[in-house]
Ligand binder design. Structure first.
Ligand code: ARG
Length: 308
């Protein structure tokens, strides 16, 4: 109880001056009205229900500073995003060095051998610690969470090896971290009930976590920072699933990653409250996406007007 109160006081009521500086900064992005409105909305829900943020391995590799700045910003205004990261490019590099072919199967599932799992475990924990350390350096408290959250079964041991399908999400470690005033930073590795590590796709892990926590925002950060209409080459600003889902699914240009993202977002949002939405954006556009009406990436929602 004591601990909870002190960490709340530390993070929520940060010194007046700091709060002011932050608001000033934000005003450069949006208007004071927008910024205050969204800040209020994001602060009104339970702390663990603000946002789950999936960070792609490419962002950790090429945009770590932007990422750490954006997360620090949220932390300083008293918000606790929950971070789940991948490590795709880092894994490919290590596999190559070890002479292991990257091993994507026909179904797009990364077949994982015992050797690959061993390497993956190290790569994930290195990437995780890299992010945690970079955050701590800026005074943003963060906790590495390397296990105990995603419980899984083998997807198909014969076919894919050490690949898991998530069967349960244990929220305790995440909630404990937030209570102590630290951002939870999770790798996407899962384990069976008896403790065998299994490899899981980071996007899938993030959306399973979101199903368990029901956050206002589920955010996918990647280097592209948006979904793009590959015909017009223009950014897709917003998708209202209730009205537009069938239309998007029927478009010949909606393929591969975009198709999957829209489909998975629908599956996720169908299980979340109507006020929840998915955002696809980049590390350095995150504040703009969150704190302005017009945003800076792609917003996917059920079709109800958000917050109005
Ligand atoms: N800031 C608001 C939110 O986070 C609106 C974002 C709008 N984004 C967009 N890409 N149209 O929900």
């Amino acid at each position: 109880q004591q601990q909870q109160q002190s960490s709340r006081a530390y993070s929520r009521n940060s010194p007046k001056n700091e709060q002011k500086t932050l608001l000033k900064l934000l005003e450069n992005i949006g208007s004071r009205r927008e910024v205050e409105q969204y800040l209020r909305i994001f602060s009104e829900v339970d702390q663990q229900r603000f946002a789950v943020i999936k960070v792609g391995g490419g962002v950790l590799e090429n945009e770590l500073n932007d990422l750490v700045d954006s997360l620090t910003f949220l932390y300083r205004v008293g918000l606790y995003p929950i971070v789940v990261h991948g490590a795709g490019p880092q894994l490919n590099k290590k596999f190559k060095e070890a002479g292991i072919p990257p091993g994507y199967s026909v179904d797009g599932v990364r077949v994982t051998s015992a050797d690959m799992l061993r390497i993956a475990r190290n790569v994930f924990s290195d990437q995780n610690l890299k992010l945690v350390e970079a955050l701590e350096e800026l005074g943003t408290r963060a906790r590495p969470i390397h296990g105990g959250v995603f419980i899984a079964d083998y997807l198909d041991k014969e076919k894919y090896g050490y690949v898991g399908t998530i069967t349960d999400v244990r929220k305790n470690a995440v909630e404990a971290s937030i209570k102590m005033g630290a951002l939870p930073i999770l790798t996407c590795l899962a384990e069976t009930p008896s403790g065998q590590l299994l490899n899981v796709n980071a996007d899938t892990a993030a959306s399973e976590l979101a199903k368990a926590l029901k956050p206002l925002k589920t955010i996918y950060l990647n280097e592209e920072g948006q979904l793009t209409n590959s015909e017009t080459k223009r950014k897709i600003d917003m998708i209202n699933l209730d009205e537009e889902y069938d239309w998007y699914m029927a478009q010949p240009w909606v393929k591969f990653g975009t198709h999957l993202k829209i489909k998975e977002s629908k599956e996720l949002l169908d299980q979340l409250p109507e006020t929840s939405s998915v955002a696809i954006t980049s590390a350095n556009q995150l504040q703009k996406e969150l704190f302005t009406d017009s945003g800076a990436g792609t917003l996917i929602r059920r079709g109800y007007r958000l917050f109005k």
